[in-house]
Write a protein that binds this ligand. Structure first.
Ligand SMILES: Nc1ncnc2c1ncn2[C@@H]1O[C@H](COP(=O)(O)OP(=O)(O)O)[C@@H](O)[C@H]1O
Ligand SMILES: C=C(OP(=O)(O)O)C(=O)O
Ligand SMILES: [Mn+2]
Length: 526
């Protein structure tokens, strides 16, 4: 198929009488309700369910093996190659499928709050609620911007279209395929809305480094003095929760770029985990769940009030809302250079300290390692925490080799003299099943102390295995909570677990054969 006929096919679809272009939020909600895609909750938010796909499907994600990108991509289990033929065949089928639908929803958005780096995108959805999700998660153009908007990337999501692995060359009925040459993401089989936002993130992780901008899987906020903080972490480690802080201004909860002028949000909305959400513990997020927001797989009671404790459909329940619904957010979501970076890890071994200070070499070591536990639900098949090393705290979304991002981060940390902390939001007092998840109030107190510079010259003890500098005091946190071994009843069991985790770090780090000894030596030793 030639490029020309190929683009004509999409144009033809978009000119069809069944296409609803850029419906406002209220109309998307109305259409979703009329079409019985979801129901209105007592909060005003729309609730949708997603069938059996309640998390991402990393095994079904592919990049088309195209000449212009082939040499650059870090191919492997994250970036799985797929042929042009497979893509073009599915592309045709998906367009033909959408042509048969009574209504298809298309909206124009941007990714990238910094105008210098923003990517105009278009999202084509089979479902109104997905189009609402895209509208709320990406950056919304104003009326003037809408007039000149020329999409440079298109996401086409048709969950009702299922691939036939025998005929179509996929592994299952589900596929998320990125074609950089056709500037298209094709999604079929899955209704989990997170695929839509994370596929654009993967694309930005390819585009931004080429323009000398570091792309990062992190949240960001800024204090009244202009002091910017980044919170890196894999899913469920606390990026969204900890960045929503009433004493600071939210820049974004998940995806950012860092250019020569500072950081910017890639998105225009947030996607919070809402399992066990309470107004008391997370008031900003709780109150953002209102008209225009989308609740995904959250159970409701007979009054249609969300029951955030109910895991019937999944642990990975979600709320999507525009960033404007968080008080004190920064619009446009752009700020200066960070002076504090926090690496979040949810350690299910319960051995890492709740907060520790990292040297620059330790920061590089831990960024490359990206240790955490995959929490239940965000990826299909994960039902209890699993130790994982996800390089740059975002391996599932990185098309380029990890070094590309790590080198840029290292340079920026040096250039801006950034203090890096490692914060364990995972288990304390024993491993998963024995100990407890770290108390959120304590984590917030530790983060606050770090951001206020209160841990700058505090006395520290050096952990004998991990070499981490652990503060002996932190306002608002009992001293013994700061020292993980103190929280374990059985000290020998602690030492054994710590060694077990340390050897996992060492084993994982062997793959970084190009890393200097000074960084390698910043890892655990025993
Ligand atoms: N100590 C803690 N720190 C941060 N989050 C915690 C903590 N304890 C429990 N949680 C819960 O863990 C989840 C963190 O999710 P979230 O902030 O959405 O993660 P991310 O944005 O990194 O995917 C929330 O449901 C939050 O309530
Ligand atoms: C949406 C996701 O990420 P996070 O939990 O980091 O928000 C995801 O991984 O599907
Ligand atoms: Mn998040």
């Amino acid at each position: 198929m030639s490029t020309l006929s190929y683009e004509t096919e999409l144009d033809k679809l978009l000119k069809g009488s069944n296409i609803s272009h850029d419906l406002p939020v209220s109309q998307l909600v109305e259409r979703a309700l009329e079409r019985k895609e979801g129901i209105l909750t007592s909060t005003g938010a729309l609730r949708a369910t997603t069938g059996k796909y309640t998390g991402r499907s990393p095994q079904d994600k592919y990049i088309v093996e195209e000449t212009s990108i082939k040499e650059k991509i870090n191919w492997g289990s994250v970036n799985q190659p797929i042929s042009k033929e497979v893509f073009e065949n599915l592309y045709k089928k998906v367009l033909a499928y959408l042509e048969t639908k009574d209504e298809v929803f298309v909206s124009k958005n941007f990714a990238g709050a910094d105008i210098g780096y923003r990517l105009p995108i278009r999202v084509v959805n089979e479902y109104a609620w997905h189009n609402l999700f895209a509208r709320q998660l990406f950056i919304r153009p104003n009326a003037e911007e809408l007039l000149t908007h020329e999409a440079e990337f298109t996401v086409i999501s048709a969950p009702g279209f299922k691939a036939d692995p025998n005929l179509d060359g996929t592994k299952s009925e589900t596929f998320i395929i990125v074609s950089f040459e056709k500037r298209t993401v094709l999604i079929g089989g899955t209704e989990y809305a997170g695929e839509i936002k994370k596929s654009i993130f993967s694309i930005m992780n390819y585009i931004l480094p080429e323009r000398n901008v570091l792309s990062m899987h992190c949240s960001a906020n800024v204090g009244d003095e202009g002091d910017v903080a980044l919170f890196f972490g894999l899913s469920g480690t606390g990026k969204t929760t900890l960045s929503a802080d009433p004493s600071r201004h939210l820049i974004g909860d998940d995806e950012h770029g860092w250019s020569h002028t500072g950081v910017f949000n890639i998105e225009g909305g947030c996607y919070a985990k809402c399992i066990n959400l309470t107004e008391e513990k997370e008031p900003e997020i709780f109150n953002a769940i209102r008209f225009g927001s989308v609740l995904e797989n959250v159970m409701l009671d007979e009054n249609r009030t969300p029951d955030y404790n109910d895991t019937t459909l999944t642990e990975n329940t979600r709320a999507a809302y525009p960033i404007e619904l968080i008080p004190n957010c920064v619009i446009p979501s752009v700020a200066g250079h960070p002076n504090t970076i926090i690496f979040l890890t949810a350690d299910a071994f319960g051995v890492l300290p709740p907060i520790s200070k990292l040297t620059k070499e330790q920061a590089m070591y831990h960024f490359l390692s990206g240790y955490t536990s995959k929490l239940a639900g965000t990826e299909r098949g994960v039902t209890s925490p699993e130790a994982t090393f996800s390089t740059c705290f975002g391996a599932p979304f990185l098309p380029l080799p990890a070094y590309r991002y790590a080198e840029m981060l290292g340079e920026k940390i040096n250039q801006h003299d950034v203090q890096v902390f490692l914060v364990n939001t995972g288990w304390s007092g024993g491993q998963y099943g024995v100990g407890k998840r770290m108390n959120l109030t304590y984590t917030r107190a530790m983060v606050q102390a770090a951001l206020l510079g209160e841990l700058h010259s505090v006395e520290t003890v050096v952990d004998s295995i991990f070499g981490l500098h652990i503060p002996t005091r932190c306002p608002g946190v009992p001293d013994e909570v700061l020292q993980p071994k103190e929280t374990w009843e059985d000290k020998e069991a602690y030492d054994n677990k710590a060694k077990e985790l340390a050897s996992k770090f060492q084993e994982n780090f062997m793959k970084f054969d190009k890393v200097s000894d000074i960084i390698r030596n910043a890892g655990p030793k025993f």
